[in-house]
Design a protein around this ligand. Sequence first.
Ligand SMILES: [Fe+2]
Ligand SMILES: [Fe+2]
Length: 328
Amino acid sequence: MSFLQESSPVLSGMRLLESLVCQSGWSESCSSRTCEQTRASRPDAVASHLRLAKFLRLRYTPTMRAAWLTDIHLNFLTADARQTYYRSVGAQAPDVVLLTGDISEAPFLHEHLAELADALRCPVYFVLGNHDFYGDSIAAVRARLSPFCATHPSLSYLNACGVVPLTPNTALLGHDGWGDARLGDYWHSPIRLNDDRCIHDLVGLDAHARLATLHRLGEEAAQHLDRVLREAVAHFPHILLVTHVPPFHEACWYQGQMSDKHWLPFFCCGAVGAVLRDVMQAHPQIQLTVLCGHTHNAGTARILPNLVVHTGAAEYGHPSICEILPIR
Ligand SMILES: [Fe+2]
Ligand SMILES: [Fe+2]
């Protein structure tokens, strides 16, 4: 006798996991219509799941422990200090590491990600923050990550992934996000982030062109998350969403307060927040936990009964572990 209903999200999640493993090539003999359709229509998704499934097969357990790191800015550390930090994370023996952006800066990003992967020896799922693009363009940094992650199979860039089953109950998904100037008072804000000098896409733009770029980046994140979140809520009772920029004003913490109207345009991804609110209001039985960083100040905001956002603290030159999360 099964305790799981045919429509149970847990059972559905388990089937999706099996399906993803199957689609990724572990079961080459499978000729189900679903798998054949996926192979034909989404070869990119199949390729990314090939790496994920390898780890899921090796590490998949009913429960796991995730180490959440944010805004570690490894470029501010010496090589010795970076190794000391990696050892402190490894000492927690996490099953998986979740990194919510501002890992390093573009010229050092691959070197520092490779160090992390070598030192931790567990799957590392990450998104990028604005600092990770410093010294280059957004498209160039993102494009180089695909071949890089292909040669480092424990590293997965969530922008390039779909729904990642962690346990039968919990799925992981994510996107960088961006401070998209949809909230707050962009036109009267005196704030100018170093992004405007250090990210090629933003250098030399006037206020109108900058606003259009920020809107586009936020919309790109929202479209990705809208697609994968809707897929995830159909299969899992709990979803963990990893992003760099807080998606709600209530989650933009600074010294125990919410960011004011002048910081908010650059500290919040309003387009992503709108998507998350819409989807979760329509699925009150599903729980969504969001992990983010960017403001370097910790806080928790409950946006809906089924939607909570944790913002992680950080200090330049002193990276830490935000939390060890039990995942069931
Ligand atoms: Fe940061
Ligand atoms: Fe940031």
